[in-house]
Structure formats: C-alpha cells, structure tokens
Design a binder for this molecule. Structure first.
Ligand code: IPM
Ligand code: MG
Length: 360
C-alpha cells in the first residue's frame, strides 16, 4: 500500500473545521482505493504565534519540507490585528510560500450547473464558466525591495517595489503553457504593459516562452480590461496567467462568478515535488465553532492534491463527482443556500460527501 505523508496545517479560525472535513474525505478515498494517508499536524498563523511567538515556527517548516504535500486551512484572527507586521498570521502564509518556493498558484474558478443561480451575475453570462487562474506567488510587489515607510521631504513616505526577474516570469509562463496544453489551449496573459516597465518585461518574456508552445493560442490583456472582461464575458477565458498582485485581485473577483468563496480550492506548486493546497477563503474567525462554514473549498483542495501531487486523477474525479452529487441532491451550507434546498452544517456536508464517495 502506498503511503503519502501530508503536513496538516489547520491554522486559525475555522481552519480546523474545514481541514477536519478534508481529512475525513481523504481517509474515505484511502479506504476505497487502499491508499494510506498519514497526517502530521503543525501550527501556523496566530495559533503558532501564541505557542512560539512566531507565526511560522521552524518545526512547522520542517514538517512541511519533509512531507509529500501540505494541506492548509486558513490563517488570521482579529485578535492578532495589533501585532507588528512581521509576526502577523498572514506573514506565515507569505513565508511558507517563499520557503517552499511555491511560485505557481493555480486557482480554478468553475461555475457548477447546480449553483449557477448563486452567482450575483446573470446565469446566461456565468453558466459554463471554467477558468484556471495561474498566479505567480513568490515575487512581484509582495516581495520586492526596497520597501518600507520612511521620512522624506519632511513627511512619511511609503514604498514597495514591483519587480520580476526574467527567470521568474519564464518559469511561471512554462507552468501556465503546460496547464493550457491540458485544457482548451488558450492562454491570456494579464499585465499593465501600457504603464509599467516590469509588465513590459512580463509581456516580452511570456511571448518568448510561447514559441515553445505553438499549439497554445496566446493573448495579452491589460489588468483593468481583464477585471472588466471577467464580469462581462467570463466564458472567453480558459487559462489566465498573471503576476502576484494582479492575481490576488483577479482571483477574488473570479471567485464571485461561482457565487461563494467557500467553493474555491487552490494549489501552490514549486519546481520540486512539494506543493501546498488550501481554500482561497480566509479563516472567518467570527464563524469559528459554529459548524456552519463550507468545507467544499478545502475538500476540493485535497482533491487537487491527489491530482497534482500524487497523479491520482481517478481519485480526484471521485471527490469532484461526490461534491457535485451532494449539491445536486440539494444539500447546502448557509453560504450557498437556495430556496427549497436543505441547509446543513460543515460536518454534515463532509459526512454526505464521504458517503457519496464510498457509495460511488
Ligand atoms: C490570498 C490572500 C493572501 C495574499 C493574504 C492573506 C496574504 O489574500 O492568498 O489571496 O494576498 O496572497
Ligand atoms: Mg487574496
């Protein structure tokens, strides 16, 4: 029997509730297909700060580095809002991305037919949308230097540096073209090349890499136009490739096509085997302990782990199928409630998806 070691970083707020359900689902997959998933829990975020005075302790990084894949819940809680920036929970997220070199963030935005009416957009616009956003995750203005707040001309001056090395653009472009090859072979690279020098290099480099993927149709779009086009006609997109900050913004925007942040998973890949999987939503500390959050984004993140880290495509499909059956049967958490459907809690949602896996 194959054993996979998974670092389990539940984090703060409702992170534990959603990862508990994802673990339940992976165990069901293990049972059904005779795969052994071994979970190694570790602290990250505010809870790690409470214990170790740092949101990303070495022991956590160690466990993550030794694992076959990392499953993360979410970090952050208002009670840490007053901490200095370098020990705030969000810092752990940036830290682990950098430490594990997770430069490629895959954020699928899929509108399930069962949930089309949840979208704030008209059904005819969103139905059938299936976009893969590929966000560069370890560079850009997030990590650029110099940065800080200083006194200049007798007043406070805040600054960050939006920057990319050509090699950073090349490697994320290769990832994006490879993903596009597995899909509908359409790649839209998003930048702000009409204003930013760093974007001019981005566009030039992506165009250069595209020569190696002649089957993929490459287009370029300015980020402001992309923000508009995602709402106007989301079905025009197959794969969107963009930098760290534009990807942060556009992926939240795209999540609304599907109606709830509670549905969207993500994968963060490196050039090594190790990758991290997490829902794109936050820790929702106000909902902690109420058993009402939606575990589907985390369950689908676990599914992405099976596909991208372990090449278990069939088992990935099994989970996606079980989630869709559960939705089709009318079960909803409160964030995706619809008339005539049955509202259930987080645990119950996990239980029903699990039953659908075992019955399948
Ligand atoms: C995300 C989040 C993070 C980011 C924050 C919490 C640091 O918004 O994963 O999209 O900006 O990358
Ligand atoms: Mg974000």
């Amino acid at each position: 029997m194959t054993t996979y070691n998974i670092a389990l970083l539940a984090g703060d707020g409702t992170g534990k509730e959603v990862t508990d359900e994802a673990v339940k689902i992976l165990k069901a997959i293990g049972e059904k297909y005779s795969i052994d998933f071994n979970f190694e829990p570790a602290l990250i975020g505010g809870c790690a700060y409470d214990e170790f005075k740092t949101p990303l302790p070495d022991i956590t990084l160690d466990i993550a580095k030794k694992s076959d894949a990392v499953l993360l819940g979410a970090v952050g809680d208002w009670k840490y809002d007053k901490l200095p920036p370098e020990v705030r929970p969000e810092r752990a997220l940036l830290g682990i991305r950098k430490e594990l070199n997770l430069f490629a963030n895959l954020r699928p935005a899929i509108v399930y037919p069962e949930l089309t009416s949840l979208s704030p957009l008209k059904s005819n616009i969103v139905s059938g949308t299936n976009i893969m956003i590929i966000r560069e995750l370890t560079g850009d203005v997030y990590f650029g230097t110099p940065k800080g707040i200083e006194i200049k001309n007798n007043e406070k001056f805040g600054f960050n540096n939006m920057c990319y090395f050509e090699s950073e653009i090349k490697r994320i472009a290769h990832t994006a073209f490879k993903v596009a090859m597995q899909r509908n072979k359409k790649l839209c690279s998003v930048d702000k090349a009409n204003v930013l020098d760093v974007s001019r290099l981005w566009r030039e480099t992506v165009t250069l890499v595209s020569k190696e993927y002649p089957q993929v149709e490459l287009s370029h779009m300015y980020v402001d136009n992309a923000a508009m086009q995602i709402i106007r006609n989301p079905k025009q997109f197959d794969v969107i490739l963009t930098g760290n900050i534009f990807g942060d913004i556009l992926s939240d925007e795209a999540s609304m096509l599907s109606g709830s942040l509670g549905l969207l998973p993500s994968a963060s890949l490196s050039d090594k085997k190790l990758a991290m999987y997490e829902p794109i939503h936050g820790s929702a500390p106000d909902l902690k302990g109420l058993d009402i959050v939606n575990p589907i984004a985390t369950i689908l993140s676990a599914a992405m782990m099976l596909k991208y880290s372990f090449s278990l495509d069939k088992q990935y499909e099994t989970i996606v199928h079980a989630v869709r059956k559960t939705l089709k049967d009318g079960y909803r958490t409160q964030d995706i409630k619809q008339d005539g459907m049955q509202i259930i809690g987080c645990k119950k949602m996990g239980d029903i998806i699990k039953d659908n896996i075992l019955k399948d």
